[in-house]
Write a protein that binds this ligand. Structure first.
Ligand SMILES: [Zn+2]
Length: 115
């Protein structure tokens, strides 16, 4: 499962941060996730609950913020926000198919709420 490995990473990051800042309990964890990543929020929460048991992060709520995917045209340099319901693989402006993904697959811990 994809989400399991990711949540393991998230837990490591927040536990490290908690240790450094003497946090007693984590209430919520805000994650930024690219619109093209295929993370299922329910699974993310479920795996996190399992992994975080008996740590300061036990019971923390996983809050997921989706970051829009962006593409850049290599021919004319135009950046376009990708509509993930109709995947766009050519440039809006010049029609070129030489495009690259600028964002949309990232994953990071944005912030956390602690006690
Ligand atoms: Zn273009």
């Amino acid at each position: 499962m994809h989400e399991l490995g990711i949540m393991k990473n998230v837990l490591e990051v927040v536990l490290e941060h908690s240790k450094a800042n003497d946090v007693k309990k984590i209430q919520a964890i805000n994650l930024s996730i690219g619109a093209l990543s295929d993370i299922v929020p329910e699974f993310a929460q479920m795996f996190f609950d399992l992994l975080a048991k008996d740590t300061v992060a036990e019971g923390a709520k996983i809050v997921i913020e989706k970051v829009p995917a962006k593409i850049r045209c290599r021919s004319c340099g135009t950046e376009t926000e990708m509509d993930t319901t109709h995947l766009l693989f050519s440039c809006d402006k010049c029609g070129s198919k030489l495009i690259e993904l600028v964002s949309g697959r990232e994953f990071r811990v944005k912030s956390m709420e602690v006690e």
